[in-house]
Ligand binder design. Structure first.
Ligand code: URA
Length: 236
């Protein structure tokens, strides 16, 4: 591929900025200064940009602890998105794997790997997603049973069986804490499922998605690259 594309794919600048940097002699390939932006390079070339070696990686994978108040979109003209929270130089084509509501927190995978995203989101694959929820009302065993059987939402939509684990019930506050595991990803699914049993979600956080579990060391808004072990669990 062209040298300027190699560098822009790696997020170090725009194609036009990079053309100028290359012409000025800021880039070497395999130890030789190259001033032609169209110079052909490959993944095994040693490319050094302003003193830093830039290794070509086709795909990148980040775990983000999404904070409340941020939208799960790739870009937006007016609002900050989850992609803006990734601190490293911006790679092109990053997107969140699925969406969390603006007020939902927790695990969000950010990548440019469309095939992985398809595998995790495809309704055929029934990937488990675990959420921690705080809700109004006092959950009980009959709610667990209704979730287990597969709830019918207010608009008639039938949900697959889901696991509801009641963590605490606060009689005085008339509220409950629970963990819920769902295997599909319909719009506002968790909130609508609780709504179907007369409870309102007041706080929602995704704890895991398939084999990926939210790193407890990540504060809301923080992200990190997936580890080699995590990548392996995803079959990468
Ligand atoms: N279910 C919801 O209702 N909201 C989310 O953000 C995720 C799952």
């Amino acid at each position: 591929m062209r040298l300027d594309k190699y560098l822009s794919d790696m997020g170090v600048g725009t194609r036009s900025e990079l053309k100028k940097d290359i012409r000025k002699g800021g880039v070497s390939v395999d130890g030789e200064v190259i001033k032609d932006p169209g110079h052909s390079v490959g993944v095994s070339s040693r490319v050094v940009f302003k003193g830093h070696e830039i290794v070509y990686e086709e795909f990148v994978y980040y775990m983000l602890n999404k904070p409340a108040g941020i939208i799960s979109a790739s870009e937006d003209d007016r609002e900050e998105t989850v992609i803006d929270l990734i601190p490293e130089p911006k790679r092109r084509n990053l997107f969140p794997v699925g969406r969390l509501d603006r007020d939902t927190e927790g695990l969000l995978l950010i990548t440019n790997d469309g095939a992985l995203s398809h595998r995790l989101l495809s309704p055929k694959h029934h990937v488990d997603k675990v959420y921690y929820a705080e809700v109004t009302g006092m959950l009980n065993e009959s709610d667990v049973e209704l979730f287990r059987q597969g709830l019918v939402l207010s608009d008639g939509l039938e949900c697959m069986p889901a696991d509801l684990k009641i963590l605490s019930v606060f009689e005085e506050e008339y509220s409950s804490e629970a963990e819920i595991t769902i295997r599909e990803g319909k719009f506002h699914q968790v909130k609508r499922m609780f709504d179907a049993v007369g409870a309102e979600v007041t706080y929602l956080k995704r704890l895991s998605m398939g084999p990926l579990t939210l790193d407890p060391d990540l504060e809301p808004g923080e992200s990190r690259r997936l580890t080699p072990e995590e990548l392996e669990t995803l079959g990468i």
